[in-house]
Design a protein around this ligand. Structure first.
Ligand code: MG
Length: 414
């Protein structure tokens, strides 16, 4: 049974700023959840982003503080990995952890991941096994995980010329590049044109607008992008403008990927119903955890959509490891991002450290049980303990934890 849940907030300075159309990030911002079951610890992580799911560090802490371990434990059958996975699939964690009536997919992600990780460790299995136990078919899953070619993401702080001059992977077999562009459509087209001219025609290229364009801007830009070999355009309009997205697809013929517009099943159903996209970006944190993310990829694929495995900038460890389990296990992904914990942070954040061959951008599956890593000293050095729940936590202690989180957030803001 669950004995303990410890929750930490993590803010770690990054080596360099990451810039896209609506955000510049200097520091990571995440939540670490540690769950102890029968003396074994599992680790989960969330990257709350208000511009993606509406969640913040504060709302995720509040959501997790409201979680009664005894009640949660009663809903999980720990006797086998299959049984745990079935229990977790039945739990509507984003709804169970709702804050002020809003779903909490990032909070759900941290908790689902910690529970799944500890279950895999208890039963001596890698997280990839949990995907098979979750009922995904052979058409979706490789028999065993294998190394994947990771996508290169080029943010707005880097020019195409600088990237080509310094990025070895562009000459060493990389298969996909995602180029971030800004709110000015003409400048975006010029950036794409320069980059396309500099890289091999065999490299697939996508363009991420981060919801910065209006529909008329997008239509004008997409007409100019024709002939530049753009495989798909990611999130061009304000999120969930289903009619606008459909019009953009139909008028310009450019394939569209949803990111900020797509968090959960209802978004996917609406996008399919409205014929608003061709692909979706599956990111573990915004999609509510590794099991829910895998389920959404399965639904998307069997609805005729493509999908990418994406990341949030500043993932510390458990998040990129769970994403790696998905990326190395799932078939059909149009592209896989794997994160840059080795480049964002001055020290290794996990044991074992982040794994990728930066010369080829080949990313191997992690070995070991669970998602395959534990937080390292550098991560603990930037982890601020928020609260603990123990299995016998009475209701009065939950109220006290919520009070502590409220005070903690007020201090953090002040
Ligand atoms: Mg995106």
């Amino acid at each position: 049974m669950i004995q303990l849940m410890d929750v930490y907030a993590i803010a770690m300075p990054m080596h360099r700023v990451f810039v896209h159309a609506t955000m510049a990030r200097h520091e990571s911002d995440g939540i670490l959840v540690c769950v102890d079951v029968d003396g074994v610890t599992g680790y989960g992580e969330a990257a709350p982003r208000p511009y993606v799911t509406g969640e913040t560090t504060g709302t995720v802490l509040k959501a997790l503080a409201s979680c009664a371990l005894n009640e949660l434990d009663a809903l999980i059958d720990w006797r086998s990995l299959q049984a745990v996975v079935a229990s977790l699939k039945d739990l509507a964690l984003p709804k169970m952890l709702s804050v002020d009536g809003r779903l909490s997919p990032a909070a759900a992600c941290a908790l689902e991941m910690a529970l799944l990780d500890v279950a895999c460790r208890l039963h001596g299995r890698p997280m990839a096994s949990a995907l098979h136990a979750a009922g995904l078919g052979e058409d979706m899953l490789r028999p065993v995980p294998c190394a994947i070619s990771a996508a290169l993401v080029v943010d707005l702080s880097t020019s195409p010329e600088e990237m080509v001059a310094h990025e070895l992977a562009l000459a060493n077999g990389i298969k996909h590049v995602k180029l971030k562009v800004g709110a000015d459509g003409d400048q975006a087209v010029e950036r794409v044109r320069r980059f396309r001219d500099l890289i091999a025609p065999s490299i697939s290229l996508s363009v991420d607008v981060n919801a910065a364009w209006t529909l008329p801007q997008a239509i004008a830009a997409c007409r100019q992008l024709q002939g530049l070999g753009v495989a798909w355009l990611e999130e061009p309009l304000r999120p969930r403008d289903w009619a606008g997205l459909r019009q953009l697809r139909e008028e310009t013929g450019i394939p569209l990927m949803l990111d900020e517009s797509f968090v959960e099943e209802n978004d996917l159903a609406a996008a399919i119903d409205q014929r608003a996209c061709d692909l979706v970006n599956i990111r573990v944190s915004k999609c509510g955890g590794p099991l829910r993310a895998a389920g959404l990829a399965d639904t998307a694929f069997h609805s005729g959509l493509g999908y990418q495995i994406g990341v949030q900038v500043g993932e510390h460890g458990p998040l990129w490891a769970a994403g790696r389990a998905l990326a190395t296990s799932l078939r059909h992904a149009s592209a896989c991002e794997v994160g840059r914990a080795d480049e964002w942070f001055p020290h290794d954040t996990t044991i074992p450290p982040f794994q990728i061959d930066r010369k080829t951008y080949l990313a191997p599956p992690l070995s070991g049980h669970g998602h395959g890593l534990v937080p390292g000293p550098a991560l603990w050095a930037h982890a601020r303990h928020a609260f603990s729940h123990v299995a016998t936590t009475p209701r009065s202690a939950l109220v006290e934890a919520e009070r502590r989180v409220t005070t903690w957030n007020a201090e953090a803001r002040g």
